[in-house]
Ligand binder design. Sequence first.
Ligand code: HEM
Ligand code: HEM
Length: 178
Amino acid sequence: MPKTMTGYSSIQIGLHWAVVVLVAFQYVAHNGIEAAWRALERDELPPAEGAALTNLHIASGMLVLLLALTRIGLRMTRGAPPPPSDEPRLLQLFAEVVHVAIYALLLLLPLSGLIAWFLAVPSAGSIHVLMTNALLVAIVLHVAGALFQHFVRRSDVLMRMLRPKPDDPAAVSQTEYQ
Ligand code: HEM
Ligand code: HEM
């Protein structure tokens, strides 16, 4: 069972923001792989000028898979801070559902992409595109939630994804009182 933490570690925070940058890149720079995929569907060679972007989409997507697995591992061993104690139960549940959906999509998106590309499975490509839309919806809800926590509920939820807390709460109070 994961421990109850008072905050995220610097590694958890670093991984969160690294994945944000990589995922943003996937949405902004997908033209290369899309053109290549269309060409392959027509049994043509992918256009040479899009090769670098295509390879970056694949590499960045595989990195997301690796980092997501690391994050899930850390969450299961180190744990995560609990929601603010005064947060309505329904809101806590909603945030949890969105987090689980995001984690699932961070694994399934690269996997479906890899299956489509390397095993030449067209349906996996269609599922990949559908899941890119599902992830976008989840991210919009997630970001809205983070901003709602910060500006409306005025909780520490946004700040704890920016400021790390060491593992051992006892060590924190010791250093604070030194
Ligand atoms: C979290 C990781 C990933 C994200 C967020 C992502 C995102 C995207 C996006 C936004 C598109 C354009 C969808 C559209 O046409 O509207 C796309 C297309 C595509 N991606 Fe990924 N991708 C990821 C990982 C991968 C990986 C690892 C591969 C492996 C090769 C891959 C292969 C493809 C292919 C083949 C397409 C073209 C599919 C089509 O247009 O029908 N993706 N991806
Ligand atoms: C690609 C975009 C994003 C993805 C995939 C993503 C993913 C995640 C995931 C999976 C968690 C759960 C961490 C855990 O407890 O295990 C999380 C937490 C968090 N994210 Fe994001 N996030 C994204 C963008 C953002 C943005 C733009 C913000 C700020 C506006 C943000 C703020 C937060 C905050 C404050 C938490 C902590 C929530 C809590 O402690 O209950 N995220 N994020």
